[in-house]
Design a protein around this ligand. Structure first.
Ligand SMILES: [Fe+2]
Length: 155
């Protein structure tokens, strides 16, 4: 199986369009999207419209933490990444976001999540110190996050 994997679009409509054109030119049909689709200062509404056009039979999208913030954060307390995007979104876009799952298994072979299976806010491969320094996690911690996942590929 050949698939395209995309992630962290963050409302970058022009980049998404270019990448989808590239995917089509490569003859790929299956697209998995690892989340954080819309938040940011770019074109959230246009990006959502493009994502809604993807073939639901050949596309799987998991919910990222920023996708979740768009749904859960009251408008008055949203950070700029969410408020800029939220102001561009129509009810149909928010409905689409609300249907996204935090994890999925694609075609019985690929486990999909944003961040880790248990939380969308913890880096799988790195730890961040209180000072903001990023360090590779020990191998046993990385492997522990995958416990119980039987698929041969994790994205
Ligand atoms: Fe994220």
């Amino acid at each position: 199986m050949r698939i395209a994997a995309i992630a962290d679009i963050h409302g970058n409509h022009a980049a998404l369009k270019a990448v989808l054109d590239d995917i089509a030119a490569l003859g790929l049909r299956d697209v998995v999207n690892l989340g954080d689709c819309l938040s940011g200062p770019l074109e959230a509404g246009q990006t959502a419209d493009l994502l809604l056009l993807l073939d639901p039979e050949a596309t799987a999208t998991v919910r990222g933490n920023h996708d979740r913030y768009l749904l859960e954060t009251p408008a008055a307390t949203m950070g700029s990444w969410e408020s800029d995007a939220h102001s561009q979104l129509a009810p149909r876009h928010l409905h689409w976001l609300s249907k996204l799952e935090p994890t999925l298994v694609y075609r019985n072979e690929i486990f999909l999540c944003h961040a880790t299976p248990a939380t969308d806010e913890v880096y799988w491969l790195e730890r961040v110190s209180p000072e903001g320094h990023v360090h590779l996690r020990p191998q046993d911690e990385i492997e522990a996050f995958a416990e119980g996942i039987s698929q041969p590929l994790i994205l």
